[in-house]
Design a protein around this ligand. Structure first.
Ligand code: ACO
Length: 318
């Protein structure tokens, strides 16, 4: 038994914030942001939109594209760093908004690697016979945890959601997965705040050592790609599409060059979405599926890296 991608969906909030808009808010420029990151614009959620709203829109589209109905879903995993509330989980809130109940529902907190963590977990549920149709969603409202006066972070992120339905199948499916974490890097990328006694202690905003993240990401994207391909007994030449976490075009292109993977096979949406953390991989996947670029039978290499640090990947035949 394998787990296969049965359907995909995504949702982007209506409001678009361009680099030119940001240049009116902080001391930055379109030229700087494009040259350093490849980002031109990002979407920002409305004040009344929360992660589960974005997740609902993306999830409903993924369920419809898989030919299923919400009642067929027997596992819900939401990867998010920006949950609706401390608890219950955004996955439970999503389950209720979908009008279903009973199936397990939980959040995964692995920051920008959240979606590959969720896919790996869902694959294990499905191949062990404990689920047949899993809904996985990466949903983020990073606009809520950015200091809009800090030009070193506020230009990088965006809001959005991407979703995938994974179903049990006799056809592959997920071919190999690999996850890692090293909490020794916790202070390099964090939101070091928490709620205590009715107050926020520490900072509620993203703090980042950009240079360290950059170097680490390029190294582990390359290493984990090799690990996964070896586990699947495949080579870079077998990868039809590389969909890394969309943080920075320079990180993605440097990885592709290290892997000797032609840039035409690198999927990038960072120019229009910015870094949407756990949502970036399923957003890029859904966009490419909808555009007809990704076709049934194509081998996709998905890779994430993020706060923790966490990193990992999934090789999956679409
Ligand atoms: N506009 C203009 N100037 C800026 C801006 C800005 N938005 N931000 C920083 N600068 C300035 C800096 O102050 C610095 O000025 P100085 O030389 O006078 O001190 C100069 O630009 C260079 O800054 P660097 O930080 O050295 O720039 P760098 O080329 O390293 O690019 C960046 C910074 C884009 C953040 C890069 O390090 C990066 O992309 N790192 C990875 C970040 C990332 O992927 N984060 C998300 C991880 S995913 C997750 O888990 C959430």
């Amino acid at each position: 038994m394998y787990s296969r991608i049965a359907g995909t969906g995504s949702y982007l909030p209506e409001k678009v914030l361009t680099n030119h808009d940001l240049a009116k808010m902080v001391d930055t420029s379109d030229e700087w942001i494009v040259a350093r990151t490849g980002i031109r614009e990002r979407h920002v959620a409305a004040d009344n939109e929360v992660a589960s709203d974005l997740a609902l829109a993306a999830g409903q589209r993924a369920i419809a594209s898989s030919g299923l109905v919400a009642d067929d879903i027997d596992l819900i995993i939401v990867a998010t760093t920006t949950p609706d509330m401390v608890f219950p989980s955004t996955a439970c809130i999503l389950q209720s908004k979908l009008g279903i109940s009973g199936c397990p529902a939980f959040d995964v907190q692995a920051v920008c690697s959240g979606f590959v963590y969720a896919m790996t977990i869902a694959n294990m549920f499905i191949v062990s016979g404990q689920a047949k149709n899993a809904l996985l969603v990466g949903a983020e409202v990073y606009s809520r945890i950015l200091d809009w006066n800090d030009r070193t972070t506020c230009v990088l992120f965006g809001d959005g959601a991407g979703a995938v339905v994974m179903s049990a199948s006799e056809e592959p499916g997920v071919l190999a997965t690999k996850l890692h974490a090293d909490g020794g890097y916790a202070d390099k990328l964090s939101v070091p705040g928490w709620v205590c006694g009715g107050k926020t202690i520490g900072s509620p905003f993203v703090q980042m050592d950009g240079g360290s993240v950059f170097k680490f990401a390029v190294r582990v994207f390359d290493e984990v790609a090799r690990e996964i391909l070896e586990a699947a007994k495949m080579s870079v030449a077998d990868v039809d599409w590389f969909i890394p976490h969309q943080a920075n075009i320079r990180i993605m292109e440097a990885t592709a060059r290290k892997l000797k993977l032609p840039l035409e096979r690198l999927i990038s949406t960072v120019d229009r979405h910015g870094n949407t953390s756990a949502a970036s991989i399923p957003l890029a996947l859904d966009e490419s599926v909808s555009a007809g670029r990704i076709k049934r039978g194509d081998n996709l290499l998905l890779e994430g890296v993020g706060g923790g640090f966490t990193w990992g990947g999934v090789l999956v035949r679409y």
